[in-house]
Design a protein around this ligand. Structure first.
Ligand SMILES: CC(C)(COP(=O)(O)OP(=O)(O)OC[C@H]1O[C@@H](n2cnc3c(N)ncnc32)[C@H](O)[C@@H]1O)[C@@H](O)C(=O)NCCC(=O)NCCS
Ligand SMILES: Nc1ncnc2c1ncn2[C@@H]1O[C@H](COP(=O)(O)OP(=O)(O)OP(=O)(O)O)[C@@H](O)[C@H]1O
Length: 202
């Protein structure tokens, strides 16, 4: 039986960067956002429900969801975000649980299974994991990195961060905190240490 490790953190905190380290070290990592995107693609379990609720204006000529448009809608409106949660929540949850169950039973490097799952705490996925690694950084730096990566204004970046659980709350629920306020090398060393601990904990 593999050990399941959830990797989480606020928007633009550095989860994908941690995942890149793990994957280049040969570990398998399931990406929850990617799974959600496949469910939202034409023919996927969520596509029809989103189409019926939001209408054709939210889809392009290829019938693909215009993600930035739906993102702008839900990040600026609490009610719209809650609605999207009720529309998608159950199906996403069932698929993530199924995938985790499958992976935990597979033969994997060092008996470790990782899932990159941004909304782990907000949507209460804690019980799926033996360990939870939180990628953390001060809000000022998070805003800077988010603005640079997504070409957002400071107000837009702050608004997105405000839709997520505060960092202090996440720290309380994490088993390991990876501080990403320094260089990539410093982050990588913390990942190595966390990996050694996870392997030794059996
Ligand atoms: C609204 C959508 C279509 C926007 O797509 P887009 O490609 O612009 O963003 P992407 O999916 O890459 O998400 C980027 C980041 O935004 C944050 N985020 C996404 N959804 C939410 C939300 N409902 N509340 C708070 N933060 C969110 C996460 O940090 C995520 O990593 C998409 O984010 C979505 O369907 N969100 C719901 C996802 C969900 O419920 N996932 C559950 C398992 S993590
Ligand atoms: N230690 C670091 N120093 C400088 N920039 C960094 C560092 N770590 C990550 N970044 C940059 O910050 C941005 C956010 O990192 P990354 O994409 O890994 O975050 P994420 O948590 O996966 O984001 P999201 O969940 O929003 O997709 C990226 O542009 C990345 O290159």
């Amino acid at each position: 039986m593999n050990k399941a490790i959830g990797i989480t953190g606020g928007i633009a905190s550095g989860k994908s960067t941690v995942v890149d380290f793990l994957m280049s070290a040969g570990y398998e990592v399931v990406d929850a956002d990617k799974l959600v995107r496949s469910l939202q693609a034409p023919g996927g379990q969520l596509h029809q429900a989103i189409f019926e609720h939001y209408g054709p204006d939210f889809f392009d000529e290829q019938n693909e969801l215009i993600r930035e448009k739906l993102g702008s809608r839900i990040f600026s409106d609490d009610k719209a975000r809650a609605e999207l949660g009720s529309l998608q929540g159950k199906i996403i949850r069932a698929n993530l649980y199924r995938l985790a169950e499958e992976k935990v039973a597979e033969k994997l490097k060092d008996g470790l299974f990782f899932m990159d799952i941004p909304l782990l705490f907000e949507q209460n996925y804690d019980e799926l994991f033996d360990e939870i690694w939180l990628v953390a950084l001060p809000e000022g730096q998070q805003i800077e990195r988010l603005m640079a990566r997504n070409q957002l204004t400071e107000a837009e970046a702050r608004q997105r961060i405000a839709t997520q659980l505060p960092l202090e709350e996440k720290i309380k629920r994490a088993t390991t905190v990876l501080d990403n306020s320094g260089s990539l090398e410093v982050l990588q060393r913390q990942v190595q240490t966390a990996l050694e601990k996870a392997r030794n904990a059996g």
